[in-house]
Design a binder for this molecule. Sequence first.
Ligand code: AHR
Length: 325
Amino acid sequence: MSRPAPVRTRLAVLATGALLALTACSSGTADAGGDTGGGDDLIRVGFSQLGAESGWRTANTESVKASLSEENGFDLNFVDAQQKQENQIKALRDFVAQDVDVIAFSPVIETGWDEVLQEIKDSGIPVVLVDRTVDTTVEDPFVTWIGADFRQEGTTAGEWVAENAPDAKIFELQGTLGSGAQVDREEGFDEVVGDQVIGKASGNFTRAEGKTAVEAALQAYPETDLIFTHNDDMGLGAVEAIEAAGKVPGEDIKIVSVDGVRDGLQALVDKKFNYVVECNPVFGDQLAELITQVANGEDVPEETIVVDAAFDQTITQADVDARAY
Ligand code: AHR
C-alpha cells in the first residue's frame, strides 16, 4: 500500500502561487461547503459525513468534531451530505480543489465511488475511510479504514435469536440499501437464522421510515413475532407501529436491534426491546491519531476495528443513565 508524503513535504513542493493561496485560505477565507480556519501547522482535514439520520450518527459526528479540533492540531472542514451520495461526491471534489492534507469520509453506500476515488488518488491526497466501506475497482483507494465489524454484529444478533427465540417468525428491518452496515449485518444475521426470516424492507436507518416499514409489514406478515432491526432508531419506529396496532413490543413482537444509543438501551430497560448489539460511534480519538499518522507518512494498520458489546434486558437504569450517547 503506498504511503502519502508527510504534510510538511507536501507543503514544501507547492508552487509559490499555490502557497499564497493556501496562506489566504488558512488566514480565514471561507471554503465552499463547510467551515474552515486555522494556520499552517494544523493538519487540514476534509471530512464528508454521510448524514444525521440516527442517534448513532449524531454521537459519531460529535466525537469526530471534538477530536479533530483546532486545539488538537486540526483544521477541519466538516460537510454533512444528508444521506445523498451526490452531495458526498461534491464534497470530496471540493476537498481535492482545496488541496487538504487528508480526506476522510463515511460512504453512504458501497458502490458508485470509482470516478471520484480515482480523482482523489490522482491528486495524491490520502484517504481515511470511516465507519462504512466501499466496493470499488480503484486500486488501493484508501490508506486505512476505521469502523465496526458489521457482519459480526449481525451474527451476534442471530445467535441471540437462535438461542432465545428459535421458532420466531422474523421480519428484518434493513438499513439504507447498499450500505456496508445493511449488507454486512444482513449477511451475518441471515447466515445464522435466515431460514426464519419471512419478510424484509428498508427503513433507511431513520425512525420515521422504520415506523412506516413496520406498519406495512404488520399487514403483509401478520404472523411476525420478532423484528431484527439494523439500528435502534428504526427499532423505536417499530415500537410505535406495534403499539399503534394494539400489540405489545418486547412481548407479542420481540425486537432485536443494533447500536446501543441511550434511547435504544432505555427501550431495553422498559422491556420494549429484547436484545441490543452495540455499534460504538465514539472513535474520534482513534480517528485523529490515524489521520495524524497518515498526514505524517507513518505506517498505519490497514484497518482498525472498533470494539462492540451486547446488552439484554438485565441492563439497569443506572447503566442507561451513565451512557455517554
Ligand atoms: O454505519 C453505522 C450505522 O449508520 C448505524 O448503525 C446507524 O444507526 C447509522 O445510521
